[in-house]
Write a protein that binds this ligand. Structure first.
Ligand SMILES: [Zn+2]
Length: 441
């Protein structure tokens, strides 16, 4: 070691004064850059969290190349409106209510958590009513949020006869049980499309929420923007009537006859709609927009406060630290709504899946699709980049359900498996009976 240093010293002294100065400056600058990279850059990147997993990433990433690590991804809110098509403008404007049908494996916390609802609020709800531990498949939840995305009220439809409502009173929730004493009746309506589907459906006697249900039930089979005059919908519906007034309703099934073909959507006991064979209606979704999973550099947070102004600056998606040029994949089958450059989102793509789901991919480098393109699940739609309001290479990824941003890491994406076994036998029985009723004049 001593020998090497001595020979280096002799070498160094043999240079002219000018070259010695240049060499010294170069060495000092390299040292500064090295120290900056190892200490400052990484510590900012991991935001000083002192749990073990972060120490692990810290020590690990020192030995890894650093070029794909963003220090901080976006410094402000991305103000890109959700794209709408002509059909959206027609859809009845329901109040800001979100709903969800309980599927197998659901708990109250995984239902509400995907919307970024605080765990403390979920705990308070269960405290107000321990029955909330026992959810049944097919039950419906709906809830409202205030402007700061905090939970205001929840409605749980336990059965056709009983629903429970939880209203926020300061930090707690107050329970009220509503027993329904109305009479349920079965109605059959016919909608013949003449101009707009929604207007035709209203004329035929369907309420706004019933129209929304019909659209949801058939969203994977037909494109509602491509209906033609004369297309014929048969709608079977259960309605609760109290004192001559309609209280609520439940869609049983729909048949659409269009261009000589019939399309069916019939409710199964799990509360979901399937076609007449009980098979799944789309190919499902992938969890991540990339082939493999990358480090998350910024989490979904609808209540994120801007560290400088203290104002709420929601982060409506998840940031993945992907190196520039990574293939970005559509997580499901769908139609490209937007593929363009914006000052905040950079090059970005928005894809609609059915009528309820939308995904957005931002800060991309190269766009490979254009508006109107149909894409398949797993199709490469772009290469990632560092465009728009972004200070490091990453992809910002969003999932929207019914015009509401949800946490892409926990979102309950529709499971499109068909029905099997005993449940399928029951379902096919119901299908036969329901189809008979569509035929009856
Ligand atoms: Zn982001």
């Amino acid at each position: 070691m001593q020998k090497t240093l001595n020979s280096l010293k002799i070498e160094f002294n043999s240079f002219s004064y000018f070259y010695r100065i240049i060499l010294s400056i170069l060495i000092i600058v390299s040292l500064i850059i090295f120290i900056w990279n190892v200490c400052v850059y990484k510590i900012i990147g991991t935001s000083f969290k002192a749990d073990h997993s972060h120490f692990k990433t810290l020590s690990l990433s020192i030995s890894l190349p650093l070029d794909s690590e963003p220090i901080e991804t976006e410094n402000s809110v991305i103000e890109e409106d959700l794209p709408k098509d002509e059909f959206d403008n027609d859809i009845p404007n329901e109040i800001e209510t979100h709903d969800y049908i309980v599927s197998s494996g659901d708990t109250l916390s995984n239902i509400l958590n995907q919307y970024g609802i605080e765990i403390a609020d979920i705990r308070q709800l269960v405290k107000s009513d321990p029955h909330l531990y026992n959810l049944k498949i097919g039950q419906k939840f709906s809830w409202t949020l205030n402007n700061a995305s905090r939970l205001q009220s929840v409605t749980w439809e336990r059965s056709r006869r009983e629903s429970r409502r939880y209203d926020r009173v300061q930090d707690r929730f107050k329970l009220s049980v509503l027993l329904k004493t109305g009479k349920w009746q079965r109605d059959r309506l016919t909608v013949i499309v003449n101009g707009s589907f929604i207007r035709s459906a209203k004329l035929a006697g369907l309420s706004n929420s019933e129209i929304t249900e019909v659209i949801k039930s058939l969203q994977w089979q037909i494109d509602f923007r491509k209906l033609r005059d004369g297309d014929d919908f048969r709608v079977l519906i259960m309605r609760e009537i109290l004192d001559g007034q309609r209280q609520q309703s439940e869609l049983i099934g729909v048949r659409l006859s269009s261009s000589g073909k019939n399309y069916y959507a019939i409710r199964a006991s799990d509360g979901k709609f399937y076609d007449r064979s009980g098979s799944g209606l789309n190919s499902g979704f992938m969890r991540f927009p990339t082939v493999r999973r990358y480090r998350i550099s910024s989490q979904f947070d609808p209540r994120r406060a801007n560290p400088v102004t203290g104002r709420i600056a929601p982060h409506k998606g998840v940031d993945f630290a992907v190196p520039i040029g990574t293939p970005i994949l559509s997580i499901g089958d769908g139609e490209v709504m937007v593929s363009k450059c914006s000052s905040t989102a950079g090059n970005y793509v928005a894809i609609r899946h059915g009528r309820q789901y939308m995904t957005r991919y931002m800060h991309l480098k190269t766009l490979l699709v254009k508006p109107g393109d149909r894409v398949k699940r797993g199709q490469c739609i772009a290469f990632s980049g560092n465009t728009g309001r972004s200070t490091g290479p990453h992809v910002h990824f969003e999932i929207w359900i019914n015009n509401h941003a949800v946490n892409p890491l926990t979102a309950r994406l529709p499971c499109m498996k068909g029905i099997t076994g005993e449940a399928r036998r029951h379902y096919l029985d119901k299908v036969n009976k329901t189809i008979m009723q569509f035929k009856n004049r």
